[in-house]
Design a protein around this ligand. Structure first.
Ligand SMILES: Cc1cc2nc3c(=O)[nH]c(=O)nc-3n(C[C@H](O)[C@H](O)[C@H](O)COP(=O)(O)OP(=O)(O)OC[C@H]3O[C@@H](n4cnc5c(N)ncnc54)[C@H](O)[C@@H]3O)c2cc1C
Length: 412
């Protein structure tokens, strides 16, 4: 049994940022990673994916992008390289190829069982990722056996899908990007649209993430919002990071020939049913975007930016399609595959501490769980709106490392 002061589970950006901050606080620790550093960026992303956050926003405690293209968007190989260099920059104590099998209370701390031996420590930090396991609706089980079903963590490129039509379910970042790429490969695509957040890539000549960053939207903390539960359930941004900085929203997809339908609601006898809610969802997304545009314009006027950025741009509301079918017969329409871009959930079968709520989520306040010495990092809106982003995890890591170091001092 090996001993240390803190065990971090997961070697993605959250685990590494935590490791860096623990090292700065003088806390002896280890990072246990079942694969390699940045494993999900290596093996759970599709071939053409680029970050949707610009390079200048790729910043972690003590490390940031310093290349020649601050406004560009990294490809996956570059993200992996960035995180590997980060780990090397402070000799992060990562034990790769080590899967955590159980975490249980022991001797006033925790015993962590792995497939490469056991560890014990007074504190544990769970950094296994917000985007852990793709969610697929239960009715997916009712689709015909000859329809290929794929989740974004398994999808690589359109060439891996059978010829024929494709139904993409979900219109947040992953769904719109995959619908666009698959449509461009020559396959007819139907996109089932649920709740989404429509955004332009560029507004008044500046990247939308520049605006959100400058206005402090991503810095908003749990205390700043009306109801953290509602804020935590917001869909991800409908954005793509491409060298041409093009906007990828529903009007753009429809213009290219993607058929839009409402939320996928069920399946039976080879037919998929869609709610009659496309208009409701697109109207809601449009009114949120209209409010944001107004907020950006007020911000520009108030801070004297009006002279520096381009003129205000009118935004065009989504024009409702003439008809959005509420039922599709997959075979009759030649639809041979379904891509479920329907979000993620988190599974902790190895966490033998009664810290999960009724939805299976870790109970915590800003990453501090009710169990002394047990922490979680990297979840969406853990402390701030940007907590699950590369640019957001650093602030949380600093605060949680300080809390953890304080706890160790007290416990000692
Ligand atoms: C498609 C997609 C695109 C995204 N694009 C962006 C973007 O452009 N910009 C941005 O800022 N964010 C983006 N994100 C969000 C976020 O940055 C990523 O989800 C990121 O991977 C989160 O890092 P993390 O360290 O919190 O978790 P992860 O990267 O998920 O790392 C968790 C690690 O824990 C390991 N692990 C899990 N279970 C165990 C176990 N039992 N034992 C040991 N190790 C274990 C995993 O192997 C993994 O390496 C994107 C997310 C997705 C899904």
């Amino acid at each position: 049994m090996r001993r240390t002061e803190a065990i971090v589970i997961g070697g993605g950006q959250a685990g590494l940022a935590m490791s860096r901050c623990l090292a700065e606080s003088g806390v002896d620790h280890v990072v246990l990673e079942r694969g390699r550093v940045a494993e999900r960026w290596r093996s759970e992303r599709w071939d053409s994916l680029r970050l949707l956050t610009p390079n200048w926003q790729t910043r972690l405690p003590g490390f940031r992008y310093r290349g020649p293209d601050p406004d560009g968007y990294m490809q996956m190989g570059e993200v992996v390289d960035f995180l590997e260099r980060y780990a090397r920059s402070f000799a992060a104590p990562v034990e790769e190829g080590t899967t955590v099998l159980a975490v249980e209370p022991a001797d006033g701390g925790y015993r962590v069982a792995t497939d490469r031996g056991d560890w014990t420590a007074p504190s544990v930090v769970v950094a296994t990722g917000h985007c852990d396991t793709p969610v697929v609706p239960a009715f997916a089980g009712g689709l015909p056996d000859d329809v290929v079903q794929v989740v974004p963590t398994r999808y690589r490129n359109p060439g891996h899908l059978p010829a024929g039509g494709v139904l993409v379910v979900g219109a947040s970042a992953s769904g719109v990007q995959l619908a666009d790429e698959i449509h461009a490969s020559g396959r007819p695509v139907t996109l089932a649209v649920g709740r989404h957040t429509r955004l332009p890539r560029v507004y008044r000549g500046r990247d939308i993430l520049w605006w959100l960053d400058a206005m402090g939207v991503f810095d908003e903390s749990v205390e700043d919002v009306f109801d953290p539960k509602i804020s935590r359930s917001q869909p991800s941004l409908q954005l793509v990071g491409r060298p041409d900085r093009a906007t990828l929203d529903l009007p753009a997809l429809r213009e290219r020939g993607v058929r839009l339908v409402g939320r996928a609601a069920g399946a039976e006898d080879g037919r998929v049913f869609f709610a009659d809610d496309l208009v409701a969802y697109t109207t809601a997304a449009d009114s949120r975007l209209a409010r944001l545009v107004q907020r950006m314009d007020i911000f520009a006027a108030r801070t004297g930016l009006d002279a520096e950025v381009g003129p205000p741009e009118p935004f065009s509301p989504f024009l409702w399609p003439d008809e959005a079918p509420t039922e599709i017969d997959l075979r009759a329409e030649g639809i041979r595959s379904v891509v479920w871009a329907t979000g993620f959930r988190r599974l902790y079968p190895w966490l033998k501490v009664p810290v999960l709520d009724e939805r299976g989520e870790i109970r915590h306040t800003g990453g501090v769980t009710p169990f002394p010495g047990l922490y979680v990092i990297g979840l969406y809106f853990l402390r701030r709106r940007k907590s699950s982003f590369i640019d957001g995890v650093g602030g949380d890591a600093m605060e949680l490392a300080a809390h953890l170091a304080g706890y160790l001092r007290l416990a000692a």
